[in-house]
Design a protein around this ligand. Structure first.
Ligand code: UDP
Length: 368
């Protein structure tokens, strides 16, 4: 069969590969001038791999996803650790026992850790909004502190709203950790593609059944030459915004190069309470590149506006979910059309979830 895939990001590329391996002809179109969508990266002259759309760290518990991608890349065994500037100190995030010991006097730190351990098991992850429900005086104090110093101002910058006005899963991505593991993710499989994401995607797309058309804007008349169209772009755009726009948050990156070995202590440093940016990423850490210069990006959140910037994050709330559902109902009336990906499904997918979504879809397809 002949398939059209709109969008050459991680979802579209995964789907293209799987369909091609099942002997189908695939054409993939993207209006951008490069493959990889927002996961695109490139190497600068000094050999630093730069993520054009901000830091991307791959992590998954899903063995099937890991094994699938590992056919196309080796991995640098990078374990992500983030620091945040809180009360003038660079401390580990997610907030954990080490963070407590760095920020509070010893006796007080011991008391807070004991209070945590009397309510929660060691090494458990507890979302901040859950911790705030504790009845213990000590834990109420700690929860208010973490809420204020880690989440409140970061979230206001990032989303323009308070943490409790977001889907709880968003702040739940960075839970308070009842242990000493300073890593951002505890997933079994973590890493950065050894030659970058773009090289991994090139290998995935390197198949005789796949044709790639970049700098090519989709228009509906293209679909008629195909048996089915998979659309990974924004669902509201497909329908010419006829029910209104689905809201997104966007980001603006300021990239700077310095002639010094390192700029900061970690690949990512968060600034919840200072400045207008949320975090600074330093790219040479991801593949442990040894060279005399370094590249960083300052990350400034902003609202998404059509034609002016990129969509990065769907804003998941009941109203927006309802609007998305209405678009999905429209889509159900159209034959031979499926939406997927962060923009097509309007879901805050991590990279592994985007791949998993496609692998599940493929397993259900009668033609695969
Ligand atoms: N967050 C926060 N302070 C932090 C880190 C994260 O308030 O220091 C909140 C914020 O609302 C953010 C969400 O947790 O949008 C998820 O963070 P994550 O690092 O997973 O976001 P991503 O890397 O996807 O932008």
């Amino acid at each position: 069969m002949k398939f059209l895939i709109v969008g050459c990001g991680i979802s579209g590329i995964t789907l293209a590969r799987k369909l091609a391996e099942n002997s189908h002809q695939v054409t993939i179109v993207d209006e951008k001038d490069h493959i990889g969508g927002n996961c695109f990266d490139y190497f600068n002259q000094e050999g630093i791999c730069i993520h054009k759309y901000g830091t991307h760290i791959f992590h998954t518990e899903n063995e099937t996803v890991w094994r699938f991608l590992s056919r196309f890349t080796q991995w640098f065994p990078y374990q992500h650790e983030v620091k945040a500037l809180i009360d003038g100190q660079l401390v580990p995030i997610p907030f954990n026992f080490n963070t407590i010991e760095q920020l509070f006097p010893m006796e007080m730190a011991n008391r807070l850790i004991n209070a945590l351990l009397s309510e929660f098991p060691f090494n458990k992850k507890v979302p901040i909004l859950k911790l705030r429900e504790s009845q213990s005086k000590d834990l109420q104090y700690l929860a208010d502190y973490v809420y204020e110093k880690v989440f409140l101002h970061y979230t206001e910058k990032q989303w323009g709203v308070r943490p409790e006005d977001l889907d709880p899963l968003v702040t739940g991505r960075v839970p308070v950790f009842m242990g000493r593991d300073n890593r951002y993710f505890q997933a079994k499989y973590q890493g950065i593609p050894l030659e970058g994401y773009t090289a991994m995607f090139e290998k995935m797309l390197d198949h005789p059944n796949i044709t790639i058309l970049l700098n090519t804007k989709f228009d509906k008349s293209m679909s008629k030459d195909f048996d089915h169209c998979y659309y990974t772009g924004p669902i509201d755009e497909y329908f010419d915004y006829k029910l209104g726009q689905l809201p997104y948050r966007s980001l603006r990156f300021k990239f700077l190069t310095f002639n010094r070995s390192y700029f900061q202590t970690n690949s990512v440093v968060n600034y919840p309470n200072n400045y207008d940016f949320t975090r600074i990423g330093e790219y040479k850490y991801f593949l442990d590149t040894q060279c005399g210069s370094t590249v960083v990006s300052y990350e400034y959140p902003e609202g998404f506006s059509l034609g002016e910037n990129e969509r990065y994050y769907p804003i998941i709330n009941p109203e927006n979910k309802c609007l998305y559902q209405k678009y999905l109902d429209l889509a159900k009336g159209i034959d031979k059309l499926t939406f997927l990906g962060r923009l097509g499904d309007y879901k805050y997918y991590d990279m592994d979830q985007a791949v998993s979504r496609v692998l599940c879809l493929i397993n259900k397809l009668p033609v695969c």
